[in-house]
Each structure stands twice: as structure tokens, then as C-alpha cells.
Write a protein that binds this ligand. Structure first.
Ligand SMILES: NC(=O)c1ccc[n+]([C@@H]2O[C@H](COP(=O)([O-])OP(=O)(O)OC[C@H]3O[C@@H](n4cnc5c(N)ncnc54)[C@H](O)[C@@H]3O)[C@@H](O)[C@H]2O)c1
Length: 384
């Protein structure tokens, strides 16, 4: 342990993602002992001193800050981890890169393409390591899907289909803005389900199936006005509550995507399915250890969908955990991303998705919103 190099983390924001990332930094060394680097929980930053102190005590951070600028200015921090609402990503990331810090930023990279571009420029100009937490790539079953697609097993791809369905904003009395409800406030979030949920689907889709060329979308805001927690007034809702789009991929396949927070009964139903010439695969976040696979080349009498329990040592990441047949879960996707980030420090390679790659997802999100607004097809300008 002691002869390891350290990566001193400065975490900003101790909400949902602050917890998943802290857990990942803490678990990492136990399960990836071969890595040359180990994370050190140097400091956590949030505005409320009492609460950030309590978080630091609970999770084992050495110190606290209440101003992220002070955190970035510290010499004893190597990497800034941004777990704040979307409207805070750009300012913090650019300042961190300019100070020579590595940057791990939560998704979506920013609210718009224009806001994200100087972030990409800043990390590239400073030459600092960067990554964006599109963590679903690192579900072992999803990584296995990538290996299967890349191996050519599916043959030519015809269709890519993805959903991300939730039901937590149906209540019209739910306010917008303020603590924990910033996702309903367009100023803070930048968009509704498009940037929050579809961004995940788009990142995974382009990683698995290549660039998205053009899109045609429809969005809806079912609840038009909500009380704003910060102003105390009932205000127009600016976010998209639901979004459906279809698209062409660069490889000629068709894509169909749907996301909503109004699908009663669904909490985080992220699913995707890919149909190729020889084989199809599908995956479901609610049953995340399984990858379903159908291969038309199988002997016809036993041909059918098989459900692969992705827990064996020769499947992605699984040699690090328990024994075959025993599952891991959601939190491990973040451990895997930290492991891959630390590995990238050793190899000098980048830890995908980088800011530049996440900017391509941003372009699709923006084209989707523009398409819905103008009721017309939009080119994404994606360079994958
Ligand atoms: N990768 C994923 O699957 C995933 C899941 C959830 C959220 N996210 C992303 O993570 C980010 C945070 O989301 P969350 O769910 O953790 O939100 P959250 O509301 O639970 O936490 C946000 C935190 O940011 C802090 N914060 C806000 N403004 C700040 C400031 N000026 N200085 C310091 N701290 C400040 C808040 O105090 C809070 O601790 C968002 O960008 C979101 O899109 C990603």
C-alpha cells in the first residue's frame, strides 16, 4: 500500500453522486490491488459547512472546503471530481484545468454544446487527464455487449433501440428548483430527460454502434407550471418531461430512443436492444447482471434468446469480484470507472469518455432539442 503513488481527490458536491464516487474511491484498493495509484480522499467541498463536515466525517475525507475555488487553489489536490448540478460543471472544470488539476466530471458534460466547448478546450490546452462519468458503459454486461458488437458477432447492425423510463415527477405539486429538485429547473439542468437520461442512452449507443448522424424528435412538458423553491413563485416549467427521437447512425442503422419521467411504475428502466444481421442483444438496468443474446446461427432446434449471467471471471471486470454466479451491482460501475481512470495514469492513454467524447453526446442532445422545437430533422455534426 505505502509504495503506491497517490491521487489526491477533491470532491465537489456530496449528494447522490458524491456518495457513489466516494464509495468507489474507498472500495477501489481492496479490489484492484494491482494498480500503481491509490485514491486519497483529501477534501470534500460544498457550501454548507456543517453538512459537509458531517459528510467528511462519515466518508473519511481528511478536510473540507466551502468554496470550490479554494479547493482548486490547494496544492495538495491532484484531481477535481465534479458532482454538482449541471450549471456548475463548466465554471468548475475550466478553473480546475487551468490550475493544472485532472478533472472527473459528472454527466452531462454541460447544458449546451457552446457551454461544453471551452471545457474541452481547457482540458486539452492544459493537457490534464479528464473523464466524464457515463458509468453505464462499465456495467460488466454492457462492456460484454461492446465486446460482442466489436467482435462482429452481430454482423451488420440494423436497429438500435433504447429507453430510459422513470415516474418520479408525475405529481404536479412537486416544486422545481432548489435542493435535490434542480433537475426540474431548466436554468440549473439545461434540459429535462434529454440531458439527464437520454444522454446516458446516447453515450452508450454511440460507444456500441458509432456516431449518430441526424435526429427527428418530439418532446413534451406535461406539467407546464410549478412552484419554484428558490423564488417561492409558480413559474413556467422549461424542461422536457418526455422525449422520443429516432435517428440514423453513421453505419446505416436506425435508432429509436424514448425517455420520460411519467411512465408510472418505472423507476430507472434503462434498456437497450441491438438487432444485427446474425444476432441480437438486449440489456435492462433493472436486471443489470444479465445480457440477453440471440444468435440465428445456432442449431434451429435449440435456437432462442439466452440470458447470460455476466458473473464469470472471463467476463469484463468480474475477475476482480467474487466467484462465478455471484452478482455485483450499480455501485461497482463507479469503482470500475475509477479503476480505468487510475490505469490510464499508468498507461498514458485516455479514460473514455473524455470531455471531447462527451461533447459528441452533447451535440446529439442539442440536435434532439432543436429538432423537437422546430419539428424538423437536424444533423448532429457528430464526429465519432
Ligand atoms: N452518472 C450517473 O448515473 C448520474 C446519476 C445522477 C446524477 N448524475 C449527475 O451528477 C451531478 C450531480 O447530481 P446529484 O444527483 O448528485 O445531485 P444532488 O442534488 O444529489 O447533489 C448535488 C450536490 O452539489 C452541491 N452543490 C450545488 N452547488 C454547489 C456549489 N456552488 N458549490 C459546491 N457544491 C454545490 C449540493 O450541495 C449537493 O451536495 C449532475 O450533473 C447529474 O446529472 C449522474
Amino acid at each position: 500500500m505505502e509504495d503506491k503513488k497517490t491521487l489526491r481527490i477533491g470532491l465537489i458536491g456530496y449528494g447522490f453522486m458524491g456518495r457513489t464516487h466516494s464509495n468507489a474511491y474507498k472500495r477501489l484498493g481492496d479490489f484492484f490491488p494491482e494498480l500503481a495509484y491509490r485514491p486519497v480522499l483529501k477534501a470534500v467541498c460544498a457550501r454548507n459547512e456543517e453538512r459537509v463536515k458531517a459528510f467528511a466525517d462519515q466518508w473519511g475525507y481528511e478536510s473540507i472546503e466551502t468554496d470550490w475555488k479554494t479547493l482548486i487553489a490547494r496544492d495538495d489536490i491532484d484531481a477535481i471530481d465534479i458532482c454538482t448540478p449541471n450549471n456548475m460543471h463548466a465554471e468548475i472544470a475550466i478553473a480546475a484545468a487551468e490550475a493544472g488539476k485532472m478533472v472527473l466530471c459528472e454527466k452531462p458534460l454541460a447544458r449546451t454544446v457552446a457551454e461544453a466547448q471551452p471545457m474541452v478546450d481547457a482540458v486539452e490546452k492544459a493537457g490534464v487527464k479528464n473523464t466524464v462519468w457515463y458509468n453505464y458503459r462499465r456495467v460488466p454486461a454492457v462492456t460484454l455487449a461492446k465486446q460482442l458488437v466489436d467482435s462482429g458477432k452481430l454482423g451488420k447492425i440494423f436497429h438500435y433501440r433504447a429507453n430510459f423510463l422513470q415516474d418520479w415527477t408525475i405529481n404536479p405539486e412537486l416544486p422545481q428548483g432548489g435542493e435535490a429538485l434542480w433537475r426540474l429547473d431548466n436554468d440549473a439542468a439545461g434540459s429535462g430527460v434529454t440531458g439527464d437520461l437520454l444522454a446516458h442512452c446516447i453515450d452508450t449507443a454511440m460507444w456500441l454502434n458509432g456516431g449518430i448522424k441526424d435526429v427527428s424528435a418530439v418532446t413534451e412538458t406535461f406539467v407546464k407550471e410549478r412552484l419554484h423553491q428558490s423564488t417561492g413563485e409558480v413559474q413556467k416549467v422549461g424542461i422536457d418531461d418526455a422525449c422520443i427521437f429516432h435517428c440514423h447512425f453513421d453505419n446505416g442503422s436506425l435508432g429509436l430512443f424514448e425517455s420520460t419521467r411519467y411512465a408510472r411504475g418505472h423507476k430507472a428502466l434503462y434498456t437497450f436492444e441491438i438487432n444485427g444481421e446474425h444476432a441480437s442483444i438486449r440489456w435492462d438496468l433493472h436486471d443489470l447482471t444479465r445480457l440477453e443474446y440471440f444468435d440465428h446461427r445456432d442449431d434451429s432446434v435449440v435456437r432462442g434468446w439466452r440470458s447470460i449471467h455476466v458473473t464469470d471471471g472471463d467476463q469484463p471486470y468480474m475477475d476482480k469480484w467474487w466467484v462465478p454466479g455471484l452478482s455485483i451491482g450499480y455501485e461497482h460501475t463507479f469503482v470500475h470507472q475509477v479503476a480505468d481512470f487510475l490505469k490510464s495514469l499508468e498507461t498514458g492513454e485516455s479514460c473514455s469518455p473524455t470531455f471531447k467524447e462527451a461533447q459528441e453526446t452533447q451535440k446529439v442532445c442539442e440536435a434532439v432539442l432543436k429538432s423537437a422545437e422546430s419539428r424538423s430533422w437536424k444533423e448532429t455534426g457528430v464526429d465519432w
